[in-house]
Design a protein around this ligand. Sequence first.
Ligand code: ASP
Length: 341
Amino acid sequence: MERKLLIIYTGGTIGMVNNPDTNSLVPFDFDNIYHRVPELQKFDFTVRSISFEPPVDSSMMNPEIWVKLATLIEDNYEKYEGFVILHGTDTMAYTASALSYLLHNLNKPVILTGSQLPMGTVRTDGKENMLTALEIAAAQKNDRALVPEVCIYFQDKLFRGNRTTKYNAEHFHPFRSDNYPALAEVGIHIKYNYPYIRYATEEGHFYASKKMDTAIALIKIFPGITPWVLNGLLQAEGIKAVVLETYGSGNAPTHKWFLDALKNAARKGLIIVNVTQCLAGSVEMWRYETGVHLSGLGVISGHDITTEAAVTKLMYLLANCDTTDDVRQKMSKSLKGEITL
Ligand code: ASP
């Protein structure tokens, strides 16, 4: 049977050209990408494409577009063996995380990739990224996908999407996954790291959730943060949950005004999730007194989750759980391999 893969071009540098009038990068039609990569013809599988009209710079990404992407995959799920999403790098880690929660019983690869240099430039990284992402999305053994996860591929590494963070705006390897090993390393050969790949255990048909709730805030604490800034965010109209980015292993100031602000917010039912500002390591609220206080207020540990994965997980859970207790419970569990317990 002929294998088919679907490329979904959302926008981003990978499909950009220089506008000589303004000397800035502007998007071009996806047809141009296909035209510029004749190597696509050499694969032993067929590649089809869908392009966002107009293309979206990833700074403009939002939960509605994540749902649109999830729905596109659902609508095309039976027709294709795998999916490659071309996306800007700026918010790629958020999109990959969101999709990991929105897609259920996934047993086909969904690989996001993009580039730091536009496809049209001589030294572009876009071509290699796209071709390798396609090869990984097509990889099968005994008719089963080798990596049936939402992933990010760049330069020489395949990461679980909900473990990634963009950390570099210049290098050809803009993403890191400090708390989880690469799912594949790419050199002359593509070496898959099988013990770390997640194979859906749930029985049942693939389907996509269609709701996200944006009633959340992200608060990064810093030395000198003032009561009015903290309270302003904690008391923002309609807010249901907060991702609190703390220091080190989950520590925060123990000033009375700080703890009171969190206590009042928690009493009013606000869900507060503690994630670390560090790129690697985990929240351990018992380790220092400064963390123990937070635990006493009912703050939930995000363990070693990334901020991107925590923000999108809260949006997903708030929209798809029936009770606040359910959101709290699921927040401290691993849904799609986003935390290590
Ligand atoms: N601003 C671009 C975007 O995220 C940068 C990129 O494609 O990497 O859409």
